[in-house]
Design a protein around this ligand. Structure first.
Ligand SMILES: [Zn+2]
Length: 261
């Protein structure tokens, strides 16, 4: 693929203009940062690559969510850890969004750092929210046994009366396009509106994986598929001049990919 260079945008808000109303994406850091993914998270990366990238202590990262404002809607994409230190609810409050007011939640996948915030004391955090999830992702975790499937099952069950299962390619409320990015989890999905691409867990360590998409964090459940998807989506972003907003990107949570001759 054409080599991508990263340049972090300075603004926290991405705005895509044109004839249509402005769409904005706000990166919401759920776990107070700064965060670093240790080198052991990427077990197949040789020392010489770490050294060449100057990443002696690991890769700058975060645990984050995205608030997408488009077509007059506030859409939360992923809900963070729900840990005691979680900053999601106070940061939503800064936008005037209480848990009761939130109407739209899209979920990229069902790992705990993306859905922990959906529940408080086993009850819905967002009692009036309609929730969208890829049907493949919902089915995969529903069929799984053991502790790791407990939280996904609890979240799917709590929101069952307001759960919308989509197929990749479907257009969701707000005109948001869903794009399959299967590999990190069976139904991992990224979301596009205008020139903004919300990449979920496509990338866990941007300073490593944008240049070297061939390396996986051990969280990627199907590593071969995850590598293929990372290459495909990064190429798509470069070709379409998209700005990426991600749940494990370091502050400010935004990267732009551009051509390099
Ligand atoms: Zn994650």
């Amino acid at each position: 693929m054409k080599k991508a260079i990263i340049c972090a945008a300075m603004a926290l808000a991405l705005a895509s203009c044109g004839q249509k109303p402005v769409t904005k994406a706000f990166w919401i850091e759920d776990k107070p940062g700064p965060s670093v993914q240790e080198r052991r998270i990427f077990p197949t990366v040789p020392d010489e690559i770490w050294d060449s990238l100057g990443l002696k202590d690991g890769v700058p990262s975060s645990i984050s969510c995205v608030l997408l404002q488009t077509e007059g809607k506030d859409i939360l994409i992923d809900a963070g850890l729900g840990a005691p230190f979680s900053q999601l609810l106070p940061k939503l409050a800064e936008f005037g969004i209480t848990p009761e007011k939130l109407k739209y939640v899209f979920i990229s996948h069902l790992h705990p750092d993306h859905i922990g915030g959906m529940l408080r004391d086993g009850q819905k955090t967002f009692p009036n929210a309609e929730v969208w999830i890829n049907a493949i992702e919902a089915d995969a975790w529903t069929a799984m046994e053991g502790d790791r499937a407990a939280l996904p099952k609890a979240v799917l069950s709590a929101y069952a009366d307001r759960l919308h299962r989509f197929q990749a390619g479907d257009i969701l409320p707000g005109g948001v396009k869903t794009i399959e990015a299967y590999g990190h989890t069976p139904g991992h999905t990224v979301f596009q509106k205008d020139n903004i691409l919300i990449i979920g867990d496509l990338i866990h360590g941007a300073a490593l994986q944008v240049e070297h998409p061939e390396f996986c964090a051990f969280f990627d459940m199907d590593q071969e598929a995850a590598v293929e998807v990372r290459r495909r989506i990064l190429r798509y972003a470069v070709d379409n001049k998209l700005t990426l907003c991600g749940m494990h990107l370091p502050a400010p949570g935004i990267i732009k990919t551009t051509y390099q001759d």
